[in-house]
Design a protein around this ligand. Structure first.
Ligand code: FAD
Length: 498
């Protein structure tokens, strides 16, 4: 039996492991952390569970290919999905803008706010509706398709292609500014950080998925989802080594012969899959000797290929959120977070998850996007443990104060205050610059669709979110599967999905 070693037990590593086992390989997952899931995780604080990932999971609509794939890896087995009525409620000068799941409701509520934006609103809703037919491709990766399959694939992407043509080269900010009402333009502009130069298509794709019920939230949260995948992997005979960080590779004659880990163990295999951060593979494990020009181009041009991280402030609150929308974005007096001050906060509560907090209590998170300059601030601060801790504490208190100003009934009822920074994601997951996804698509950037092959090495491949920016959980799932499909092809084996 051929042996596969998988470095990294995030969703991509778990997916690769599950399909390796299904296809008759002997596999082991090496994970640096004590738990599996990578960025798809959550943590417990004094009786509260803080979800660290899923705002939405593309793939929650029954009967769609991506939903079937999530089920094949056990991620959605017997799990109810919460489908919020509104993805986000944006407040501006007393007006609330809702991104409703019901597209007709979204349209009529926006027209009520701004009749003079009728044409733009109709256009927006039509584009979203068109994209409801879009399905993330989960079959063969492009490089394995024959000509006929490629033609069929291109035809299936017709609607998405039309939207990309129309909205792919307009920045989201310019698009938002084409709406006359400041509440509508503010709500649209929020979707991705302003300086990214992200295209307007990002919001249309997102809303296409959300309004068709394809982007719900599996109950139990992110960590539980990852642990269900781990159970599926173990039930198929897979082996997990954790905590176990891969620190170097032995290479002979264009082949990796073994991986050496920080716990003193060495693993040999026929194939090695790096389902960890791409930079970890290129720089730490391959010591910069097998760099890929496509990745280099992107690492060296953070303006056109920005990376995003966040500061995540979590609160344990002794009360219920009752009338408060699940995700509320509201104006605040400026709060400095990282390099800059923010004047809006986005709060999400988890009252739909009874298991996340003691009876009668709530968990709330606030996510503040962090960009390149912010990362530098955190990097510098992290050199001085006390200063780093104090800054986290200061931000927690300032954010709490801003929330209490908007929601005064919460005053004095906060039991837990927890702050994660880009350095947290970096230290737990080895995430490059704390990134929560891969390179962000912008109006200036070129798409990357990478096979994961490393030029000059025959038996090690990269897998995971970095192969198909912007990444995200479905990408991790699909690339894990695709990696095993390619290895099966190399072995002249027929790939088995189920
Ligand atoms: C705050 C936040 C919110 C998010 N929200 C969403 C969302 O709503 N929807 C969505 O689709 N996506 C979301 N994402 C993105 C999503 O979590 C990631 O795209 C996805 O989990 C990436 O999976 P991966 O397996 O490719 O990589 P990772 O999750 O980074 O997994 C890599 C694994 O490799 C391990 N590792 C690294 N180096 C080594 C080594 N040397 N040896 C051994 N192990 C190693 C790491 O510990 C990690 O477990 C969010 C991410 C964050 C952080």
């Amino acid at each position: 039996m051929k042996k596969v070693v998988i470095i990294g037990g995030g969703v991509a590593g778990l997916s690769a492991g599950i399909f390796a086992q299904k296809n008759g390989f002997e596999s082991v997952i090496l994970e640096k952390h004590h738990t599996l899931g990578g960025e798809c995780t959550g943590w417990d604080r004094q009786g509260y569970h803080i979800d660290g990932c899923i705002h939405w999971l593309v793939g929650t609509k029954q009967g769609t290919p991506i939903n079937d794939l999530w089920k094949t890896v056990g991620a959605l087995d017997g799990v109810d999905v919460y489908q919020p009525d509104s993805f986000l409620t944006f407040e501006h000068n007393g007006t609330q803008v809702n991104f409703y799941r019901d597209l007709e409701r979204l349209k009529s509520s926006w027209l009520e706010i701004s009749p003079e934006d009728e044409e733009a609103i109709n256009d927006f809703c039509q584009a979203i509706e068109k994209l409801q037919s879009f399905e993330i491709p989960t079959g063969k990766p492009m490089d394995m398709m024959n000509v006929l399959e490629k033609v069929k694939f291109m035809l299936s992407m017709k609607d998405a292609g039309m939207i990309m043509q129309k909205y792919g080269k307009i920045s989201l900010l310019d698009y938002a500014n084409s709406f006359k009402h400041p509440a509508l333009s503010g709500a649209l502009a929020y979707f991705v950080p302003e300086d990214f130069g992200a295209s307007a298509s990002s919001i249309i794709f997102a809303m296409g998925s959300f309004t068709k019920g394809q982007a719900g939230i599996p109950l139990g949260g992110s960590r539980a989802l990852a642990l269900r995948m781990k159970e599926r992997y173990l039930s198929l005979g897979g082996v997990v080594e954790s905590p176990c960080e891969a620190t170097s590779l032995s290479i002979e004659n264009n082949k990796v012969t073994s991986v050496i880990c920080n716990n003193g163990k060495t693993f040999t295999a026929d194939y090695f899959i790096a389902a960890c951060d791409a930079k970890v593979l290129f720089e730490r494990l391959l010591k910069g000797e097998y760099n890929d020009p496509e990745f280099e181009k992107r690492y060296n041009n953070p303006t056109d290929y920005p990376l995003a991280s966040e500061v995540r402030i979590a609160l344990g609150y002794a009360g219920k959120m009752n009338e408060i929308p699940r995700t509320l974005r509201f104006p605040v007096a400026p709060v400095k977070v990282g390099a800059n001050a923010v004047d809006y906060l986005t709060l999400t509560h988890y009252d739909y998850e009874p298991g996340f907090a003691p009876e009668g209590h709530s968990v709330i998170t606030v996510s503040v996007n962090q960009e390149a300059a912010d990362y530098e601030v955190w990097q510098a601060l992290s050199q001085d443990k006390q200063a780093y801790r104090e800054e986290k504490g200061r931000i927690g208190e300032d954010v709490l104060q801003a929330i209490v100003t908007r929601l005064p009934h919460m005053e004095g009822k906060i039991k837990v205050l927890d702050v994660a920074t880009p350095k947290t994601f970096e230290s737990y997951c080895n995430a490059y610059r704390g990134s929560f996804m891969a390179f962000w698509p912008t109006v200036r950037s070129k798409e990357l669709a990478h096979t994961g092959q490393i030029k000059g090495l025959d038996n090690i491949v990269l897998s995971g979110q970095w192969l198909q920016p912007p990444g995200g959980l479905p990408t991790a799932l699909i690339t894990g599967k695709d990696t095993i499909m390619r290895i099966c092809k190399q072995e002249r084996k027929k790939f088995v999905l189920n």
